[in-house]
Design a protein around this ligand. Structure first.
Ligand code: NAP
Ligand code: GLV
Length: 310
């Protein structure tokens, strides 16, 4: 029984140590230097596997993502059919996202960027404060991350609404679903947080039409994937004054090319895909649990529906 770690550019040492703490006799191998016989590989633990690589392991029992998102696996047109794939559901990742979204919602809510600008220009001026109960938060995606962020934000007194494929019953969060539901949510959102998975249905979802449906002065936080946003439409919405600002953690091309207009846009706060990391010390117990499940032929925790795309 062997696990193959496929994550170019990531040091596998910490992962090997953390997983061996959970499963001491784990046969931990690393692509490409230490694959051994491809027939031995039962489980792959991966971020952005090269195309067609996974199909070269004939006895694969499970594909485990090192990330919550799994589009980096599903983009492979030669995925081995029938092998279950699990996204990562990790308490550390959730905590990281809670911190990030809370931080950025509060920054927009308390006009932190404007105060920073005033600091630079030596301007002493109070900007009108808004009560949290008068700042409406809309969350796209009410899954493991979106629902937790929504619940956290209700504790500050923000009215929180969320949109998902299916109707939700989450205390304190107004739930919307379907296309009509999307526009109903957007029309009453002052700070929009995107925490959707990237699928054919959600790609380019934040375009001129949806951004235009937000009230004038709204702000956007995208901590999901860059391809959710039509970049030119976002710039237009910011330049026209329709949107007051945007926090972007994820981009169509990463690293974001040096000449991309997002870098220098005065209304954009930019992070290098840093919202929530997968840390071995938090994720290893969850991954080890899925390794055991795969070995015993049990359903994977966080198994995704390949047809649905998440
Ligand atoms: P999840 O638990 O799978 O939740 C996804 C949510 O999106 C669900 O509520 C789902 O609705 C909803 N959804 C999916 N397709 C939809 C559609 N077409 N229309 C409406 N709602 C739709 O995912 P998660 O663990 O919360 O993670 C969300 C995403 O965050 C990941 O896919 C990843 O891209 C991103 N992420 C980013 C970072 C970062 O550092 N920037 C870190 C971690 C994750 P249902 O509940 O009805 O199925
Ligand atoms: C990070 O982007 C993740 O999907 O976990």
């Amino acid at each position: 029984m062997a696990l193959l770690f496929i994550c170019e550019g990531e040091d596998p040492t910490e992962w090997e140590t953390a997983l061996r703490t959970e499963i001491p006799d784990l046969d931990f191998r690393v692509w490409p230097e230490n694959v051994g016989n491809p027939d031995d590989i039962d489980i792959v633990l991966t971020w952005q596997p090269p195309r067609a690589l996974l199909a070269s392991f004939p006895n694969l029992k499970a594909i485990l993502s090192l990330a919550a998102g799994i589009e980096h696996i599903l983009r492979d047109p030669e995925l081995p059919p029938g092998v279950p794939i699990a996204r990562l559901i990790d308490p550390g990742l959730q905590t990281g996202m809670l911190e990030f979204v809370t931080m950025e919602v509060l920054r927009h809510h308390r006009r932190a960027s404007e105060y920073q600008d005033q600091h630079r220009t030596g301007d002493w001026k109070l900007l009108r404060q808004t009560l949290s109960r008068d700042r409406r938060i809309g969350i796209l995606g009410l899954g493991h991350l979106g629902a937790a962020c929504g619940e956290m934000l209700t504790r500050f007194g923000f009215p929180v609404s969320g949109w998902a494929r299916s109707q939700k019953d989450i205390p304190g969060i107004k739930s919307y679903a379907g296309e009509d539901g999307l526009f109903s949510l957007l029309e009453q959102t002052d700070i929009l947080v995107c925490l959707l998975p990237l699928t054919p249905d959600t790609e380019d979802i934040l375009d001129a039409t949806t951004l235009g449906a937000l009230p004038r002065g709204a702000a956007l936080i995208n901590a999901a994937r860059g391809k959710h946003i039509v970049d030119d439409d976002l710039i237009e919405a910011l330049d026209s004054g329709h949107l007051s600002g945007a926090t972007l953690d994820v981009f169509r091309t990463e690293p974001l090319p040096g000449d991309h207009p997002f870098w220098s846009h005065p209304k954009i706060t930019l992070y290098p895909h840093a919202a929530a990391w997968t840390l071995p010390e938090s994720a290893a117990p969850v991954i080890a649990d899925n390794i055991r499940r795969a070995y015993h032929g049990e359903e994977l925790y966080g198994r995704i529906d390949v047809r649905r795309g998440y």
